[in-house]
Design a protein around this ligand. Structure first.
Ligand SMILES: N[C@@H](CCC(=O)N[C@@H](CS)C(=O)NCC(=O)O)C(=O)O
Length: 206
């Protein structure tokens, strides 16, 4: 088995880093420098015309998009380890949270960023930021409610928790207020206490 993981610290690749550490599968890390434009280099673009991290190459097959990678690695390596549900309704639940994070929560987060703190000087839109901030709060409220009375999204820990929590970690570095989400904050503490999370964090130094 060959698994190559293209990684850059403090990027979306962190989600995959935590997933791989949870699975404990043998892999080679190719650490790339985003600031040096490594994703734009011809060799990288040939593998990934989307020019982003994370990317994995598993037995010669290239997969990008963090949600796809989490679900794929879960299916391939997570079922026996009880870190990802077997095909069926519980897997559907795991997929729901992983995709929701990247698509629905992510859409509001990226909109908020592009209209606000990431916008070029003069190109922002305060009203759009206010709306996006409300949308992010609505989505985080949904996640918070889903965690009420539960340790993890599906009850027991799965890679969906690793994925969704890692995305939330990133949001905690922004001005998004997490104070209203007690269930979410307690769940984050449970996710980040896991040894795999700690190992992945050690990879994050720039
Ligand atoms: N939707 C993608 C987003 C990936 C993404 O935006 N990656 C950024 C880093 S966070 C990237 O590689 N940007 C290219 C670059 O900076 O050269 C995913 O979930 O995998």
């Amino acid at each position: 088995m060959s698994l190559i993981f293209y990684f850059a610290p403090q990027s979306t690749a962190t989600l995959t880093s935590i997933v791989i550490e949870e699975l404990g599968i043998p892999h080679d890390v190719k650490r790339i420098d985003l600031r040096a434009g490594a994703t734009k280099e011809p060799a990288y673009t040939k593998l990934n015309p989307n020019q982003k991290v994370p990317m994995i190459v598993h037995d010669g097959v290239t997969i990008w998009e963090s949600a796809a990678i989490t679900m794929y690695l879960g299916e391939q390596f997570g079922v026996e380890k009880q870190l990802y549900p077997a095909a069926g309704p519980r897997r559907g639940e795991a997929m729901k949270w992983i995709v929701w994070t990247n698509v629905t929560l992510g859409e509001a987060v990226y909109r908020r960023g592009h209209m606000g703190e990431w916008a070029a000087p003069g190109a922002g839109n305060e009203k759009a930021v206010e709306q996006a901030t409300r949308d992010v709060a609505t989505h985080l409220g949904i996640l918070d409610q889903a965690l009420a009375g539960k340790d993890f999204l599906l009850g027991e820990f799965t890679l969906a928790d690793a994925h969704v929590n890692s995305f939330c970690d990133w949001l905690r570095h922004s001005t998004i207020d997490f104070a209203p989400y007690a269930n979410l904050n307690q769940w984050t503490a449970r996710c980040t206490a896991r040894p795999a999370y700690q190992r992945a964090t050690a990879r994050e130094a720039p």
